[in-house]
Ligand binder design. Structure first.
Ligand code: F6R
Length: 254
């Protein structure tokens, strides 16, 4: 189903058992088309299974990843480099280590830089040296955020440091089982909306019935900074991959 008249949109709904496989397949196709691709990855419940599946497929199918570069969308600040709550730690465990990526193939924010804004400039420069992102995967939060771009962040924002709000910190406390909210980082570094929109191709991933309402609002409602993911409607090469539960709201909007 194409939900916009612009034919470059791809929209696919799969049963939830096939979601991780389909998402991983999108990355594999990119690597087959262009082995020196720069692929941007999001962390979270939506993408954990995809990353594990992608690692398995790369190993089983002997996909050459020697020229690929990867980057992650965002990172909490103030955590030691090997802290388990860091996006890079999780990506290393699920994907980068199993496929033996070398450190020079990985663009990431360091955990404890002295100057977060300078770290963001360095991150952007590292991506620019690689020619920019070919394929960027993004998840969507229940309030429509993508990366750490919360409602209200201007669309022209590049990679930047952000303060984490109470809701984001509480979610991190829950997900990473921090003993106390006081231990949860208060700041993060994130690709901005502009950086995400500069990727040659963006894949929006969502699974689960809890995402159905926000997916529908993001893809069929007004494009507004109050719902950051709505900006993806303006991306010329957007692929939307949903499981049948996350797509439930789209069927209602037909
Ligand atoms: C994380 C990221 C976040 C998540 C979003 C959805 O790198 O970019 O925006 O994609 O919060 O998270 P899950 O997948 O846990 O529902």
């Amino acid at each position: 189903m194409n939900i916009m008249t612009d034919a470059v949109w791809k929209f696919k709904v799969v049963p939830k058992e096939r979601f991780d496989d389909e998402a991983a397949r999108l990355a594999i196709r990119q690597l087959q088309r262009k082995p020196a691709s720069v692929v941007g990855l999001a962390t979270g419940d939506t993408t954990n299974g995809m990353h594990r599946t992608l690692a398995e497929k790369i190993v089983q199918e002997k996909i050459d990843v020697s020229c690929v570069s990867v980057c992650n969308l965002d990172e909490a600040a103030g955590l030691p480099d090997d802290h388990p709550a860091r996006g890079i730690s999780r990506l290393k465990r699920m994907l980068y280590d199993p496929i033996a990526l070398k450190p020079e193939q990985i663009v990431c924010f360091r955990g404890q830089p002295d100057d977060l804004e300078a770290e963001c400039r360095a991150f952007e420069a590292a991506l620019a040296r690689r020619g920019g992102i070919d394929l960027q995967f993004v998840g969507i939060g229940l309030n429509g955020h993508i990366a750490f771009c919360e409602p209200g962040m201007p669309f022209h924002a590049g990679c930047c440091a952000v303060e984490l709000n109470a809701g984001q910190r509480e979610e991190m406390r829950r997900k990473f089982q921090y003993a106390s909210l006081d231990d949860v980082p208060t700041r993060a570094m994130t690709m901005g909306i502009k950086s995400i929109m500069h990727a040659s191709r963006v894949v929006l991933l969502a699974k689960g019935s809890h995402k159905a309402g926000i997916v529908r609002a993001a893809l069929t409602g007004p494009v507004t900074p109050e719902l950051p993911a709505s900006v993806l409607q303006l991306h010329p090469r957007l692929t939307v991959l949903l499981d049948d539960e996350a797509a439930a709201g789209m069927a209602e909007s037909k």
